[in-house]
Design a protein around this ligand. Sequence first.
Ligand code: PEP
Ligand code: MN
Length: 266
Amino acid sequence: MENIIDIVPLTEWGLGFEFPLLIAGPCSAESEEQVLATAKELAADGRVKIFRAGVWKPRTRPGGFEGLGEQALKWLKRVKSETGLSVAVEVAMPQHVELALEYAIDVVWLGARTTANPFLVEQLAAALSGANIPVLVKNPVTPDLELWIGSIERLWRSGIKRIAAIHRGFHPYERSRLRNIPKWEIAIDLKSRIPSLPVICDPSHIAGKANLVPEIAQHALDLSMDGLMVEVHPTPLQALSDAMQQLTPRAFINMIDNLNFHFTTS
Ligand code: PEP
Ligand code: MN
C-alpha cells in the first residue's frame, strides 16, 4: 500500500520554528531545579525552540528510573511560562496523553519502544486526534521502515497533520562504537517515501557517548535532516537515565556553534 501523506511543513507549525529545528533538554525530568536550570540556559541562547524532558520512561529492563509523571509536568508548565520555550514529553499510554494535554504540553513524541506496537499506536492516535498538537515519531528499535511508516500513517489517519519523524538509530546485538546503529539509508528512504515529512535526528541515542554526539549531529545536517533532538543535562554523570550521552548546556551550545550548517530564522 503506498501512501499519499501530506504533512504540514515545520515552518507552519506555529511554534516559531527555525531551521534546523533544535529540540534539547534532559533525558528525564529529575527535579524542578534541574529542569528549570537547563531550560533557562538553553532559552538564553535563543536557538532551541522546544524543550524536551521525559516524564514517563519506558525502560528496557525493570527496576530503572521510570520518570516522575504528573509532578514533572508541573515543572514543565513553569518552564513554559518562565522561558517561553515550547515543551515536549514522550507519551507511551493514552493516560499519558490525557495528562500531557491537561498540563498544556505543546508537543509529544512516541518512543522507539512504542512505535513498534501498532495497537498501542492506534490508541495513542485516538487519544491525540482532537488535541491539535504536533507528534514526533521515533523509529522503532528494529530497522523496520514499514513499522515506522505504519505508525506515522496511523497518526495521520486519525487527523494529525503536524508530524515529524525522529531518527534515533537501531539496536545492535553486537558491541559497537555507537549505542545504536544509524543505518542512515533508512532515514533517507523514509524521506523519499513521504517527501513532506520532516525528519529530525537524535544524535544522543545514536551516539550513546557525549563525545560522539557532535559527529553524528554533523552527519545528520550534512544529509539535510530538518533538525536535531539532543539530550542536555546540567550534571550528565549524575543523570538518572542515559548519563553517558548527555551534554551540559554549555557543551551543547558549543556544539551548535561549531556545527557546519546554515542557520535560518523564519
Ligand atoms: C528518550 O528519548 O529518552 C528515549 C527513551 O528514547 P528512545 O525511545 O529513542 O529509546
Ligand atoms: Mn534518553
